[in-house]
Design a protein around this ligand. Structure first.
Ligand code: TA6
Length: 284
C-alpha cells in the first residue's frame, strides 16, 4: 500500500492497482488494473486547476447540469465540487485495499462559490482502491443552521475498447429522460447500444448496471444511495463541439456511466448526513 502526495496529485498504489486523484475537483484521473487503463481522460484535459477536468471521475455537487431552482441558479454547470480545491485528510489500509479521504467544506470554498451557494456543508469523499475495483463514496453533512437541497453524481468516464461493440445491461424497463430529444421515454427491453449522441437520465434504476464489450462483461457498477444512472456519449458531433475533448475520435473509447441522485432534489436539515457511493468492478 502506498499513497504519495506530489503537488496536488495523490498517487495510490495497491498490489496490481494504481490510481491518481487531483486535489482539484477530487477527480480520479487514472485508474489502472494490471497496467490496463480503466478511465478515459481527454488528451486536452486541463490539469492545471483552470477548469473542470474532461474525463476520469469528476464529482458533481450540489447540482447536476444547471437549474434555476433550489438556490443553485448561480452555480456553474455540474456545481462547484469538481472545480474546487479539496484537502487530503486521511489514508487507511483496508483488508483488501487502500482508501484515501478528501474533504471540501464551506469554510475552504472559493468566495465566489460560497456567494453562489451560501450554505453550511461538509463533504467527505473517500476513494477506495482494491485489486479490481474502484469505490467512490460521498458523504454530505449539513453543518449550517438552515436546510439545503442538492443533487450529487459521479461523472465516470469509463474506458472501452470500441464503442461499436459496447452494450449496456441493467437499464431495461427503466424510464428515462432523453436530453438529446428533450423527451421522457418509457423503459423497454432493448439492450442499450450507442451509435449516435446519447444523453439519457435513467431514473430509479433497480438493477446493477453492466457494460458489455463484445458481449462479455467489462464493468459492473454497484450503487448505494444513488437511484439514477446517466449514460452519455457525445458521439462525433458532440466531441467536435467540446473544446477540451481530444482526440476527436475519442468518443469511440469512452462511455459515461454516471450513478447519481439527480432526478429530484435531496433535502438535508442541519446536522443531517447523506451518503452515496459507487463501486466500479473491472471484470475483464
Ligand atoms: O452527464 C451528461 C452531461 O450532463 C451532458 O449533458 C454533457 O453536458 C456532459 O454532462 C458533460 O458536461 P460538462 O459540463 O463536463 O461539459
Amino acid at each position: 500500500m502506498t499513497i504519495i502526495l506530489n503537488g496536488d496529485v495523490v498517487s495510490v498504489l495497491y498490489e496490481n492497482a494504481r490510481a491518481q486523484i487531483t486535489l482539484h475537483g477530487a477527480t480520479v484521473t487514472t485508474w489502472k488494473t494490471n497496467g490496463r487503463e480503466r478511465l478515459w481522460l481527454s488528451e486536452d484535459a486541463a490539469l492545471d486547476g483552470s477548469k473542470a477536468i474532461r474525463g476520469g471521475i469528476p464529482v458533481v455537487f450540489p447540482v447536476f447540469g444547471r437549474s434555476d431552482v433550489h438556490s443553485v441558479a448561480a452555480l456553474p454547470q455540474h456545481g462547484f465540487a469538481r472545480i474546487s480545491t479539496w484537502q487530503l485528510v486521511g489514508e487507511s489500509k483496508l483488508n483488501d485495499g487502500v482508501a484515501v479521504t478528501l474533504t471540501l467544506s464551506a469554510d475552504n470554498l472559493a468566495d465566489e462559490s460560497r456567494r453562489q451557494w451560501p450554505f453550511g456543508f461538509h463533504l467527505t469523499y473517500t476513494v477506495s482502491l482494491r485489486n479490481n475495483s474502484m469505490e467512490t463514496s460521498l458523504r454530505v453533512e449539513n453543518i449550517g443552521d438552515k436546510p439545503f437541497d442538492f443533487q450529487a453524481l459521479f461523472h465516470s468516464y469509463l474506458h472501452v475498447d470500441d464503442i461499436d461493440q459496447v452494450s449496456i445491461e441493467g437499464l431495461q424497463h427503466c424510464n428515462f429522460y432523453n436530453k438529446i430529444e428533450g423527451a421522457e421515454n418509457q423503459g423497454s427491453d432493448e439492450v442499450i447500444r450507442i451509435n449516435s449522441p446519447c444523453d439519457r437520465i435513467y431514473r430509479n434504476v433497480q438493477n446493477e448496471v453492466s457494460l458489455m464489450q463484445d458481449g462479455a462483461t467489462m464493468y459492473t457498477v454497484e450503487r448505494t444511495g444513488l437511484p439514477d444512472v446517466v449514460v452519455w456519449n457525445p458521439w462525433q458531433s458532440g466531441a467536435q463541439s467540446i473544446s477540451d475533448f481530444a482526440p476527436e475520435d475519442g468518443y469511440k473509447q469512452m462511455v459515461c456511466i454516471e450513478p447519481g441522485s439527480v432526478s429530484g432534489w435531496s433535502s438535508l436539515n442541519p446536522k443531517s448526513v447523506w451518503t452515496g457511493s459507487q463501486i466500479i468492478h473491472a471484470v475483464m
